[in-house]
Design a protein around this ligand. Structure first.
Ligand SMILES: CC(=O)N[C@@H]([C@@H](O)[C@H](O)[C@H](O)CO)[C@@H](O)CC(=O)C(=O)O
Length: 308
């Protein structure tokens, strides 16, 4: 069972490659996270230029070599050509896989149209495992994942699995149920519901909170594997208490970056516009909540690197 994180990389609105090496060590040593999903939602991949995305991917590959187990690079873009360029680049630098979201401006209107797009991206990196990144709340593409998976390997031979960032557990459960013969990876992306997804057959998780609650989540995964469901539930409820709290305050990529900085001590920088940096009030409240939930002792929290 693997947990992947979606780290962020810009500082002063520019990408800050210099923190990636330190961040790899932090994730491995402090959070027990050894699989990384680069340039996804949390990493603001769609807010970076193609050249920046290439640089970020290269730095992760260089600094993660011999330390990380797997690096999957998100190469989705509105332009098929850009997506193919990024897919080829991921193959050249030795990534372990690529993932693609649905194009979200001129949108695919049915399953076949979406598969055709994905197929052309996958074909640009024919030796790399391919993941579809299903995140309908952000792309606005509501084609059910279960429908998409039906017969997908005939169209995309490198299809390896799904990153499912949606709360529709009926859709998720049916993806697993209808593909029991395949060796697909089912990576769940709603951190507050991970335990429910594990029961339904999730084989891994990709999420923003694993950047700072990776250790806690790994404890939940371990309890689940040991069939200690009561402990697993306690861990999930504890994680939910934090996520529920921050969701009520207003939680997204900007707030995630602030918490990552707070917990790791590594400056993650502000987000790129249109996002705005998290407010001081948010940071103070999140910090108090992390302490009260005993996720971290107050000495672990390092907000010296937070730009106010
Ligand atoms: C919409 C969104 O950002 N979802 C997050 C979740 O981890 C989410 O932050 C968490 O479940 C809290 O709601 C991930 O699915 C995104 C992710 O894995 C990524 O950075 O690519």
């Amino acid at each position: 069972m693997n947990v992947m994180a979606g780290p962020l990389l810009s500082s002063s609105r520019e990408i800050n490659l210099s923190v990636i090496g330190r961040y790899v060590d932090y994730l491995v040593e402090e959070q027990g996270v050894k699989n990384i999903f680069v340039n996804g939602t949390t990493g603001e991949g769609l807010s970076l230029s193609i050249s920046e995305r290439r640089q970020v991917a290269e730095e992760w590959m260089t600094k993660g070599r011999n330390k990380l187990d797997q690096i999957v690079i998100h190469v989705g873009a509105l332009s098929l050509k850009e997506s193919q360029e990024l897919a080829r680049h991921a193959a050249e630098i030795g990534a372990d896989g690529i993932a693609v979201i649905a194009p979200f401006f001129l949108k695919p209107w049915n399953k076949d149209v979406l598969i055709n797009f994905l197929k052309e991206v996958a074909a640009a990196a024919p030796a790399l495992p391919f993941y579809y990144y299903h995140i309908p709340a952000l792309t606005g593409v509501k084609i059910r994942a279960e429908e998409l998976l039906d017969g997908i390997q005939e169209k995309i031979p490198t299809f390896q699995g799904l990153k499912f960032s949606d709360t529709d557990l009926l859709d998720f459960g049916q993806c697993v149920d209808q593909n029991r013969e395949q060796q697909f990876a089912f990576l769940f992306g709603v951190d507050e519901q991970l335990l429910s997804a594990l029961v339904m057959g999730a084989t891994g998780a990709v999420g923003s909170t694993y950047n700072y609650l990776g250790k806690k989540t790994n404890q939940m995964l371990e309890a689940f594997e040991q069939k200690d469901f009561s402990s697993a539930l306690n861990h999930q409820f504890c994680i939910q208490r934090f996520i529920n709290f921050v969701l009520k305050l207003g939680f997204g990529v900007s707030q995630t970056k602030a918490i990552m900085t707070l917990v790791s001590g590594i400056p993650m920088g502000p987000p790129r516009p249109p996002l705005q940096r998290a407010s001081r009030e948010f940071i103070d409240e999140a910090k108090a909540r992390l302490e009260s939930l005993d996720f971290l002792s107050s000495t672990d929290l390092k907000d010296g690197n937070l730009e106010s």
